[in-house]
Design a protein around this ligand. Structure first.
Ligand code: 5AD
Ligand code: SF4
Length: 472
């Protein structure tokens, strides 16, 4: 089999990152090896996102770049996958003659066949078929990829919630959960390759299994907790309306479950939450936050906010700001509302002007930035358990400033804070800490990360869930 080169460009969420890995492994079966260099590629796949207008613009501008490359490289095959592909289908082929393949979010398993057809018949293909409730096939765990410490595992696809602003139910289809046995099988295979942490992915993991009579999400977590060799479990995303007491208790009882939850609130105004079809009130959201903190005091809570939803008044926005101030999130993603047809909010009156939206966005981001920084600074002096991902970027770029001879490593706390650290030891440069749990004394807190030094290279698993002080 002739070796051919594949370049994948991924835009969007973690689900797309996971799908891109599946794309790579599917195509490895027909002789494609991944390359990091665009110019080397025989096949380029763009995995797109349409959740916000900006992501879609990014996809089309990248595709425009590819069309230029194809002018002097006629045999290059270009495929577009993901949510834009699902939504636009045939229109992409009509609009862009350089594109050979448009494949939807449920066509990944058919890719080898589709690409082989294009290779042999030089045809152009659109495959955006979506089943009513598709089976989620077993994932492929590749042999050849380098071991990473943390991996994503999709446990659900699609969404049945129909939030008024959101295009996901239309491009990812109905909510479908994967069988628990298939999930456990994949996690065991990953762990056997050296993976220590998994992040379970779904649009609304709290409703896992419900419409198919599978086990509950909390039960699934308990089963995954038993996988030997796995050190940490994370998940995303939770819908506040479905966050139940059983899952909240999991933050106390499930030892490998990290102390972090991403719980998108979207707005702090009940009027807007109703218009958004979110099915909870600000009071209910705040109650869930209290319950989470009562159960797991060290838990980090992050959230998403949409600024400028149609009809959002100054009062509504103030209520959002107040909620953000009350909760004191550990991190916040704030987005400018954008119309995403066929999401129903497109038809709502009282659209907010872009200048008002960007002012509101700035206010909220400025508040959160100073809060995140001060929260990070409060951690100075504590000792944190860090699961090491590998050498830090700074290291890759030539080592720490000031000529410090020790290597700088990077990892995350259970609360999902990035920690860059070095090891003070004569043997430091010969150690490989990748995948190791290390106790790190925090010396500095920055806007997006912490930095410090390792004080114990073999901390016990006892302190897995939180902060523990070790003698240096
Ligand atoms: N406009 C702006 N933000 C959006 N999001 C989803 N749809 C839109 C939209 N139409 C945001 C939500 C969601 C995150 C993934 O993207 O905050 O939680
Ligand atoms: Fe979109 Fe709402 Fe489903 Fe999240 S829960 S994917 S915001 S429809």
């Amino acid at each position: 089999m002739n070796l051919k080169r594949l370049y994948i460009h991924t835009i969007g969420c973690q689900m797309n990152v996971y799908d891109s890995e599946q794309i790579a492994m599917q195509l490895a079966a027909i002789g494609y090896e991944q390359t990091a260099t665009l110019d080397d590629a025989d096949l380029i796949i763009v995995n797109t996102c349409t959740v916000r207008a900006k992501a879609e613009q990014k996809a089309f501008s990248f595709l425009g770049r590819l069309a230029k490359i194809k002018r002097y490289k006629k045999r290059l095959i270009i495929g577009v996958g993901g949510c834009v592909a699902q939504q636009e289908g045939q229109r992409i082929l009509e609009r862009m003659p350089a594109i050979d393949l448009v494949f939807g979010t449920q066509a990944i398993e058919r890719l080898p066949h589709l690409i082989q057809q294009i290779e042999s018949r030089h045809c152009r293909i659109v495959d955006v078929d979506m089943a009513e409730r598709p089976d989620i096939p077993d994932s492929v765990v590749g042999q050849q990829e380098p071991v990473q410490v943390a991996k994503f595992v999709t446990i659900m696809r699609g969404c049945d919630n129909y939030c008024a602003y959101c295009v996901v139910p239309f491009v990812r289809g109905r909510e479908t959960s994967r069988q628990p046995e298939s999930i456990i099988r994949e996690i065991k295979a990953l762990v056997a390759k050296g993976v220590k942490e998994v992040t379970l992915l779904g649009q609304n993991v709290n409703s896992y299994g419900k419409n198919q009579n599978l086990c509950s999400f909390a039960e699934l977590l308990a089963m995954i907790n038993e996988v030997e060799g796995l050190v940490r479990i994370r998940f995303t995303t939770s819908h506040p309306k479905d966050l139940g007491t059983d899952l909240i208790s999991g933050f106390k009882d499930i030892i490998k479950l990290c102390s972090h939850i991403h719980l998108p609130v979207q707005s702090g105004s009940n009027r807007i939450l109703k218009r958004m079809n979110r099915n909870y009130t600000r009071e209910q959201y705040l109650d869930k936050v209290s319950e989470l903190r009562d159960t797991c005091p060290q838990i980090a809570i992050t959230s998403d906010i949409i600024v400028g939803f149609p009809g959002e008044t100054e009062t509504d926005f103030d209520q959002t700001l107040q909620l953000v101030e009350t909760v004191e999130f550990d991190g916040l993603f704030a987005f400018q509302y954008s119309d995403r047809p066929p999401a129903p909010a497109v038809k709502l009156p009282d659209k907010i002007s872009t200048s008002i939206i960007s002012n509101r966005l700035q206010v909220i981001l400025a508040y959160q930035d100073q809060l995140t920084r001060s929260k990070n600074q409060q951690m100075v002096g504590s000792t944190q358990q860090v699961l090491t991902d590998g050498l830090s970027k700074k290291e890759a770029a030539g080592g720490p400033a000031g000529g410090d001879p020790s290597l700088q490593w990077t990892g995350r706390t259970s609360t999902n804070k990035i920690v860059n650290f070095y090891v003070v030891a004569s043997t430091a440069n010969s150690l490989n800490l990748t995948g190791k749990m290390v106790a790190v004394h925090i010396d500095e807190g920055h806007s997006h990360s912490l930095s410090g030094r390792a004080v114990n290279l073999e901390p016990s698993l006892r302190g897995l869930k939180g902060v523990e002080n070790y003698a240096a």
